[in-house]
Design a protein around this ligand. Structure first.
Ligand SMILES: Cc1ncc(COP(=O)(O)O)c(C=O)c1O
Length: 492
């Protein structure tokens, strides 16, 4: 007989609340720091005192409210509609604009918004057996995921290695009779550059195809930066031909995770986004988004965040972020051997090494060792490996410390590097095929690289990144998927 006495999260006897919270806090101690302005990915921190507490209280008020049925919980509907109105207004829609009929939905995140933009475009064309979408190579990976999930073909347009933007003419050339959606980013995540949205939307409109602007990352930052005087090119509903826009509130609106807004220029464009099903004995299911049951917590927390910060708050935060970006970019410019991938035009600082004696992956490790958490980006097509910094308002007070830390880390990386993998391992990585990567091989590789401990990634990742950098994309994908699979094991 199986013994059902507790395992993992479920103890045989329930524990007192304080002990449970102590456990979680002890676990959290191993995480990267979500506050303090030294983490340049994953977390968006405004550094506003009291905001966390407000968002948590709002979350708690609505955590058990179910977004499944807006008629049962009108509070949630009211907050969703208010979030959509705020996002639409910020992005050139609403009464008195060129997009007066804009509508939208609150989703659980950027990836969900993009999946739904692709689904809406696909399902608007049921006549097409093999629908396709056109995306710049710099578009977020979530479009590839959407294409994969929804069985839509992905046509990728290269970006210029200098401007890091696609050319409108190349987008036009990629549009085929089966194309249901054309994508532009405002800005791209990797480099923070804004695509030529007006040009791309024009070629899409000319072909009678929808155009989605992925402003998941920057949609809540660019409008404030523009109001502060930055030369932000048109990217929102003011641009003719833009049919939908996504903007994540859990990024630069500084709401806790789990909220994005997907806007459509009108309700007819949104209609095929919905899923409704009545052909079963239960309730008729009507889902505007992917999840059916969903918590009101993230929506209430986002609502509270917007109400509390207000336009004046976001403008102040954007000014701090802009200043932090300028300071970080100056630090990069002042460092021998580093080069900005692009002049910052939003909230990203991205740099590469132009000196082979300076190993970027070692530099990332050295920065980590000094408490600065940056994000390495592997080489892609004709773009070199780079280091990505997502800059938020909380970084501003730390900027003066970054330059010396960077100089110090560069010196240490130069002294230690570059990483030299055994040539046969490099050749193996370059020549591997995904099929050759059996779970056993990956487990052995992970063990050999110090990734087998089961406690996440080690602090020093340069060797692993060098290996991944040498591998073609399908091998990187397979290696990392297998590796994450190794991490996701039941904690008996
Ligand atoms: C431009 C862009 N689109 C989409 C996404 C996906 O968002 P999420 O991670 O919330 O699913 C991101 C995330 O960084 C992004 O930067």
């Amino acid at each position: 007989m199986t013994d059902t006495a507790g395992a993992g999260a479920l103890p045989a006897e329930g524990m007192p609340a304080p002990r449970v919270l102590d456990e979680i806090r002890a676990l959290r101690a191993g995480d990267r720091p979500t506050h303090g302005g030294r983490l340049f990915a994953y977390v968006y921190d405004p550094g506003v005192a009291g905001l966390d507490e407000l968002a948590q209280a709002a979350y708690a008020e609505s955590a058990h409210v179910n977004g499944l049925d807006p008629t049962a919980f009108p509070s949630l509907l009211a907050m969703e509609n208010a979030l959509v109105a705020a996002a639409a207004r910020l992005l050139g829609g609403g009464p008195g604009t060129d997009a007066p009929d804009v509508v939208g939905s609150v989703t659980g995140g950027g990836t969900e918004s993009l999946l739904l933009a692709v689904k809406a475009a696909r399902d608007a064309r049921p006549d097409l057996a093999e629908p396709r979408i056109v995306v710049p190579a710099s578009a977020h990976a979530a479009f590839a995921k959407a294409a994969h999930y929804l069985r839509v073909a992905l046509d990728t347009v290269p970006v210029d290695p200098v401007t890091l933007r696609p050319a409108g003419a190349d987008v036009a050339a990629a549009i085929r009779p089966e194309t249901v959606l054309v994508v532009a980013s405002a800005p791209s995540y990797a480099h923070g550059v804004v695509d030529p949205v007006a040009e791309i939307a024009a070629v899409a409109a000319e072909a009678g195809v929808r155009c989605h602007v992925d402003a998941c990352f920057g949609g809540w930052a660019l409008p404030w930066l523009r109001r502060l005087g930055a030369p932000v090119p048109p990217f929102d509903f003011a641009v003719p031909g833009v049919t939908s826009i996504s903007v994540d509130l859990h990024k630069y609106a500084y709401a806790p995770k789990g909220v994005s807004v997907l806007l459509h220029r009108d309700a007819a464009l949104r209609s095929p986004q919905y899923f409704a099903y009545a052909d079963w004995p239960g309730y008729t299911m009507v889902n505007p988004v992917i999840a059916s049951t969903r918590s009101g917590g993230p929506i209430a927390a986002a609502y509270a965040t917007l109400r509390h910060l207000g336009e004046d708050g976001y403008l102040r935060l954007a000014a701090s972020t802009r200043d932090a970006v300028a300071g970080l970019a100056d630090a990069v410019r002042a460092t021998d051997g580093l080069r900005l991938m692009a002049e910052p035009e939003s909230t990203v600082v991205c740099f590469t090494a132009e000196d082979p004696t300076l190993d970027l992956f070692l530099l990332v490790d050295e920065l980590t060792a000094r408490g600065w958490h940056t994000q390495p980006q592997l080489r892609y097509a004709d773009l070199p490996a780079s280091v990505h910094l997502t800059v938020t308002a909380a970084v501003a007070p730390r900027v003066a410390e970054f330059g010396p830390a960077l100089a110090d880390a560069v010196a240490a990386a130069r002294a230690a590097g570059p990483v030299a993998l055994p040539p046969d391992l490099l050749a193996l990585a370059g020549g591997l095929t995904p099929e050759a990567l059996t779970p056993e091989l990956v487990a052995g590789l992970a063990e050999g690289l110090g990734l087998g401990g089961g406690a996440g990634a080690p602090d020093r990742m340069a060797v692993v990144n060098t290996l991944l950098d040498a591998a073609p994309a399908p091998v990187r994908e397979r290696l990392l998927a297998e590796f994450v699979g190794l991490l996701q094991r039941p904690a008996w």
